[in-house]
Design a protein around this ligand. Structure first.
Ligand code: ZN
Ligand code: ZN
Length: 119
C-alpha cells in the first residue's frame, strides 16, 4: 500500500537516483568534505568535534531542482554533518509533517519505503 505520497515518489525519482550516483556529486561531496575539514559542522558550532559523514543539502533536492547545479552542486547549499545531526536537520523540517518517517543510518525515510538515496 502506498500512503506516503510525494516524498516516497520523489525518492524514487530517476533524476534524483541518478544524481546521487553521478560522478559529479561524488566528486563535489568529497571535495566539500575536505574543504570543511571532515568534521560535522553542526557539532562544531557547539564546540564538539565529530567526524562528518553525510553531505546534506540545505535546500533539499527535489525533481524540480536536482538539475540546477546552483542548488544540487553548490558548496553554499551543502553542509557536512554527522548522522545524528543529519537526522535532526530533517527531524526539524518534518517534525510537524503528517507523514511518518524513520531514521535509518541517520537518513530520514518514509516508513513504508526502503531508504537508499533520500538525503
Ligand atoms: Zn553532528
Ligand atoms: Zn539531508
Amino acid at each position: 500500500m502506498e500512503t506516503s505520497g510525494s516524498i516516497a515518489a520523489m525518492k524514487r525519482d530517476p533524476k534524483i537516483v541518478k544524481f546521487y550516483h553521478s560522478p559529479q556529486w561524488k566528486k563535489i561531496s568529497m571535495n566539500y568534505k575536505k574543504s570543511v575539514g571532515g568534521l560535522c559542522e553542526n557539532c562544531m558550532e557547539k564546540g564538539i568535534y565529530t567526524p562528518g559523514e553525510i553531505v546534506h543539502h540545505k535546500i533539499h533536492i527535489t525533481p524540480m531542482n536536482v538539475e540546477n547545479p546552483e542548488i544540487s552542486l553548490a558548496f553554499e547549499n551543502l553542509k557536512l554533518v554527522c548522522r545524528k545531526c543529519h537526522a535532526e536537520e530533517h527531524g526539524e523540517m518534518y517534525g510537524h509533517d503528517q507523514r511518518r518517517y524513520k531514521v535509518v543510518d541517520g537518513r530520514i525515510c518514509p516508513v513504508d519505503s526502503p531508504c537508499e538515496t533520500y538525503m
